[in-house]
Design a protein around this ligand. Structure first.
Ligand SMILES: Cc1cc2nc3c(=O)[nH]c(=O)nc-3n(C[C@H](O)[C@H](O)[C@H](O)COP(=O)(O)OP(=O)(O)OC[C@H]3O[C@@H](n4cnc5c(N)ncnc54)[C@H](O)[C@@H]3O)c2cc1C
Length: 602
């Protein structure tokens, strides 16, 4: 009798591909030699990758189905959430390991490591137990508090990491989702320098935590009385669940912030999504203005940068395990991998997932000065801008393409894929949220065009495009990939044409505001097209390296791996990149008829 996946573990990691990215593509050995990461060696990194993968496939992933089938419950009388024991065990297993301290500052007990290593290890967390990752986001959020806070807040941040607090990011309100600036939660200054927060926030991940943490640091956007409307008037407050001792950080009296509801969701059910009410239960919700400055949206963006990277890589990690599960099913099935459509689908999944993994790691490489210099020759300022440029792609493209192709992972199994004794239907349910929270895809696409391209005057874009140009023109290029390079050059020209067209609409919008609609109608397709270009380029970069390795690796066991790299890159170049010409033509011809249509005709 077939064992349900609950008994076998659902998660399949891809250690080989991560090592290939880190050591053969991004050359982290070179960055490790910079001295910036203490005495961390490549052998130590390999050990960490393997140990973390093993832990993720085992204790972390163990509660994947149980947490989903026995979601958290809520007691309105005590305002508390109860989580399934199996899920708490998984969260604790990761919390006790050193992984969350990777690449954190040493002053906070961090382990010096390149950001690429931190995110590679994080892939196992978000792939093995996606519902756990926000519960485990206390350390990175407190790290932002440490960077932005005043002396007392820095002290609490350090104690909080040591004492393993949870943390939340609190923006959304019933009438303020994408439009964060519409938030109405108030902040009222007190004579002792603290603030009282008053309002209702909704959809707050990990808003309550059972007995997982002794305290939760809620990082809350609220509007001081009399502050400007919109995002500019929002300030960031630390509102702990329990008022911490100023010295030890030990939890003191209960603060007036309470969970007042728990959502019932499509997926990611083990992650408690709460309504949080501040200051409305006969008790003030005491908050501290972060860093004593009114700069809330900028400060919150620092948390969002982490969260967007984590959400994008969560989606990509889910597609990875989806693809690997589908592949192993297809290989074991009678008839194997004989059907052409099954092969088309598997190769599409493989190309997207490996290309997107390369993309998030390339982005991470630009979060360290030493690594960025090795990878793209960017100086520290340019490295920061490249990271900014790529984050909406990691988040927006990562979430959309993963959701799209997880459906193909399920399809490989036919009806069996639809059953709950396989992980696919849960993968799809759990991954859907990734295109919604931390800014919907439309919001990512607008951020990408208006802030990361227009406001940046195209400088980061230019640096990146120059990398692709250099790759296309490289004199040592392998002849095996000549045809695919032609496709890549065409795709780059198509994307340049899209940028020119959209920039033209933007220029005209000064005198003709309706031109902005053309950008609104095109921005998500543009984001996805840009993602395809980057995926195509990164896959071909990998294929070059794989061909070199094949030359020197006579009979090695890695031949299949390298052959797969070359095949995926060629497949993507010939089957996906040509579509960008059509996208470019659509963007060039976009008309406003859909905006002029009467609503009753929609
Ligand atoms: C499970 C879950 C967990 C969450 N966790 C948190 C959390 O921890 N903290 C937190 O603060 N929030 C959290 N959220 C809230 C989440 O960030 C919001 O749901 C999201 O920002 C979208 O806001 P909204 O739901 O109000 O949708 P809306 O903003 O109403 O969007 C609806 C649709 O309109 C589109 N749209 C809206 N504005 C524009 C625009 N200007 N241009 C183009 N299209 C637009 C959107 O793209 C979307 O398709 C969570 C939500 C969920 C479901």
């Amino acid at each position: 009798m077939r064992k349900p996946f609950e008994k076998m573990g659902h998660y399949k990691s891809n250690v080989r591909d991560l090592e290939f990215n880190l050591f053969e593509v991004l050359d982290i050995e070179n960055a490790l030699g910079s001295g910036q990461f203490g005495d961390l060696t490549s052998d130590a990194v390999r050990d960490m990758i393997r140990q973390a993968a093993e832990q993720a496939e085992g204790p972390l992933a163990d509660s994947f189905a149980d947490g989903d089938r026995h979601p958290p419950t809520f007691d309105p009388a005590t305002h508390s959430v109860t989580l399934p024991k199996s899920f708490k065990d998984s969260v604790r297993s990761w919390h006790c390991a050193p992984w969350l301290r990777l690449a954190m500052s040493e002053g906070l007990g961090g382990i010096p490591a390149p950001a690429t290593v931190r995110w590679a290890v994080n892939e196992f967390l978000v792939g093995g137990q996606p519902a756990a990752f926000f519960y485990l986001s206390g350390p990175p959020m407190l790290e932002v508090l440490y960077a932005e806070g005043n002396e007392q807040q820095r002290h609490w941040a350090a104690r909080g990491i040591e004492r393993r607090w949870g943390a939340t990011m609190v923006l959304t309100e019933p009438d303020a989702g994408s439009d964060v600036g519409a938030g109405r939660t108030k902040a009222i200054e007190q004579p002792d320098g603290t603030w009282h927060i008053d309002g209702v926030k909704r959809f707050i991940t990990s808003g309550d935590c059972d007995d997982l943490f002794e305290n939760i640091a809620h990082l809350v956007l609220a509007r001081p009385i009399g502050a400007a409307p919109g995002t500019k008037g929002l300030s960031l407050f630390l509102v702990p669940k329990y008022l911490p001792d100023p010295e030890t950080g030990a939890p003191g009296p209960r603060n007036g912030v309470f969970a007042t509801g728990l959502e019932h969701k499509m997926g990611l059910t083990a992650s408690a999504t709460c309504e949080l009410t501040f200051g409305q239960h006969d008790q003030p919700a005491v908050g501290w203005l972060v860093g004593d400055v009114h700069n809330g949206i900028v400060q919150m963006f620092k948390i969002m940068e982490y969260a967007r990277m984590a959400v994008g890589s969560k989606a990509i990690a889910t597609l990875s395990t989806g693809y690997l599960n589908a592949l192993s099913y297809a290989k074991a099935r009678e008839g194997g991998l004989g059907d052409a459509d099954v092969r088309r689908s598997l190769m599409t999944q493989k190309a997207y997932v490996e290309g997107m993994r390369a993309l998030y790691l390339y982005t991470a490489a630009h979060q360290d000065d030493a690594a960025a210099a090795v990878v793209s020759g960017a100086d520290p300022t340019m490295a920061r801008r490249i990271n900014d440029l790529l984050l909406p792609i990691v988040k927006g493209v990562g979430s959309e393409r993963s959701y799209q192709y997880l459906s193909e992972s399920l399809q490989i199994l036919g009806g069996a894929g639809y059953l709950q004794d396989r992980p696919f239907e849960q993968y799809i349910r759990d991954a859907k949220i990734d295109s919604l929270y931390e800014g919907t895809t439309a919001i990512q696409a607008q951020d990408f065009f208006f802030r990361k391209i227009i406001r940046d005057r195209g400088e980061a874009l230019g640096h990146l495009a120059a990398q692709i140009d250099n790759f296309i023109a490289a004199p040592q290029a392998r002849p095996e990939l000549a045809g695919a390079r032609v496709m890549l050059a065409r795709a780059l020209a198509d994307v340049r044409a899209m940028v020119a067209t959209l920039t033209g609409y933007f220029a005209k919008s000064g005198s003709e505001p309706r031109e902005l609609y053309r950008i609104g109608l095109s921005s998500v397709p543009f984001l996805l097209a840009f993602g395809d270009l980057l995926i195509g380029w990164l896959l071909l970069t990998q294929a070059e390296i794989a061909l070199e390795a094949l030359d020197s690796d006579g009979e090695g066991h890695d031949r299949a791996f390298y052959n797969g790299k070359v095949a995926a890159a060629k497949f993507f170049a010939t089957n996906v990149l040509p579509r960008l010409s059509a996208e470019s033509a659509i963007i060039e011809g976009v008309d406003l008829a859909v905006m002029d249509l009467r609503e009753d005709a929609l």
